[in-house]
Design a protein around this ligand. Structure first.
Ligand SMILES: [Zn+2]
Length: 217
């Protein structure tokens, strides 16, 4: 039974987690789950059509639950128009395979949403990982149907204003365990760490299921 608590991690052997890899790293191990994509910090301006073909092949794999991480970063990586094109290609692949997208977004919430809108792909669900933005940005993302995934660093107001049915938790590339992340988030939300872990697992299951059924309509 799938019980994914840690929505996004770069630890390659993590159980109960979605392990983020790029297509060249993808080497699925029994019982583990993955997301596959090109991180915007990677040299995304050098990607070729065959790289995206390889991405799409990985994306179809049954142990791949989501596409990403991909997205846009205004502080790092290639020019934003190139990042936007690469992100858009991930969205098309996500729509094709009916899976949600794990999004890295640094000061690019509007860009992310406008790329999705202009591509006509608002049916593709976005989960914003490493959510550190303020509650105003959180509102914008929530109104667009996004899920928000919180790790060790976050804005407490944004976290408090996130409905519990859109909340995910993650370890990302931190040294913290998912229990430590859950404890930190639980304190802000006045919940127990176990409640936070259950919420993240339930929301991940809903996100994957709902997305699959709506995208297939
Ligand atoms: Zn990450």
């Amino acid at each position: 039974m799938m019980n994914i608590i840690d929505f996004h991690t770069h630890r390659q052997n993590a159980a109960d987690a979605i392990i983020s890899v790029n297509p060249w790293q993808f080497d699925p191990q029994p019982g583990l789950w993955y997301s596959v994509g090109f991180h915007p910090w990677y040299n995304v301006d050098t990607l070729t059509d065959s790289d995206f073909t390889q991405l799409e092949q990985c994306a179809r794999h049954e142990q791949v639950l989501a596409i990403g991480e991909t997205g846009m970063d205004s502080l790092k990586g290639a020019a934003l128009d190139i990042q936007a094109k690469v992100f858009e290609r991930h969205l098309y692949i996500a729509a094709t395979v009916a899976k949600p997208v794990v999004v890295h977004s640094v000061r690019t919430a509007q860009n992310i949403l406008s790329v999705r809108r202009h591509a006509g792909l608002t049916s593709v669900t976005l989960a914003i990982h490493g959510m550190r933005a303020n509650s105003h940005v959180a509102r914008t993302l929530l109104d667009a149907g996004c899920y928000l995934s919180y790790g060790v660093r976050f804005n407490p107001d944004a976290l408090s204003s996130t409905p519990l049915d859109r909340l995910l938790i993650e370890t990302d590339d931190s040294d913290a365990t998912i229990d430590e992340v859950a404890t930190q988030i639980a304190q802000v939300l006045h919940l127990s760490p176990n409640e936070v872990k259950s919420i993240s697992a339930a929301n991940t299951a809903t996100l994957l299921r709902t997305h699959h059924s709506t995208a297939n309509k």
